[in-house]
Design a protein. Sequence first.
Length: 329
Amino acid sequence: MLPTPYFVRNIVLVVVVAAAIYAAHSANLAAISHLPRAFIDSLHAPGFALVASAALLLRYPRIHAVSGILTISFYVFLVAVLGEASQILGPRDADIKDLLMDVVGIAYAATIAALLLRKPRRPLRSSFIPVVSVCAILLTIATFGGTFYYAHAIWRQQSMLPAIADFEQSWQKLLFSESERYRVNFVPAPVDWPAYGRSVAKLALGSKGRIGIELVPSSDWRGSETLSFTASSAGRDPVLVSFRVHDANHIYRYNDRFNTQIEVAQQPQTYRFSIKDISNAPDKRSMDVSRIVSIIWFIADPVGNEVIYIDDVRLSSAKVENNDGSPRS
């Protein structure tokens, strides 16, 4: 007996969906800046909402009760589990948070399908509809809220260029590495601050060990001549701060990135660095300035609770004559 066209269509769909999910879960996101990576991660819920919706639509003629929706949703959940487990074979790690977002997307599609189920099938009891409707609203926010939030943040960052960060809006905390974000605060700018903004980033660089703060840009530096920022020390004594920049091809060796030191005093100063010098810093290659993924300030040997203020990290077309880390006007 030959398989029916309906059966063949479903098999082809399962293979295509499985291949797409495996490809998405196998992509190496380590070389992508934080905001685009966060946006891609936020697509878990909408993505599986789409997969579950497609499965429910294909099976809709044969769904006669809410139990059928739950059965199909369970099968889609198994696909999500297999997709997350497939990451063990690739460059990424399986993440329970991603699986939970998959479940949120599947639940959203199942809830909408349950609300749309009509006679002569066995729809929801009328007493359940208000509760399920509230759940549908909450699941809609949970499914699509993160995606819209990160998409808006990416748009805001790109619209700021040539400024990379000015620390005027709270969403810019997303530009800092997630593991270090708790040590970053946006505080009112001091009275004598030279920049025009109302707030600055207060970086707590730690009291022992090599503790730094990483800013993760999402911009193309080609066509720019200079990277600059304004900085000052929260204490009276100057602080020797190490400053480094690296791209997506960085192999985490000292001679494969841009490294320098700056003396940050209590009086705010603007520091400027040549993009050409940053690009030529690695020993055996040129840095890819179209894919800069990390700007780091750190203190190698802090003697106390070292705190500095940073503001107005930006690119410009103005050239600098040298790159010794001294402040420029």
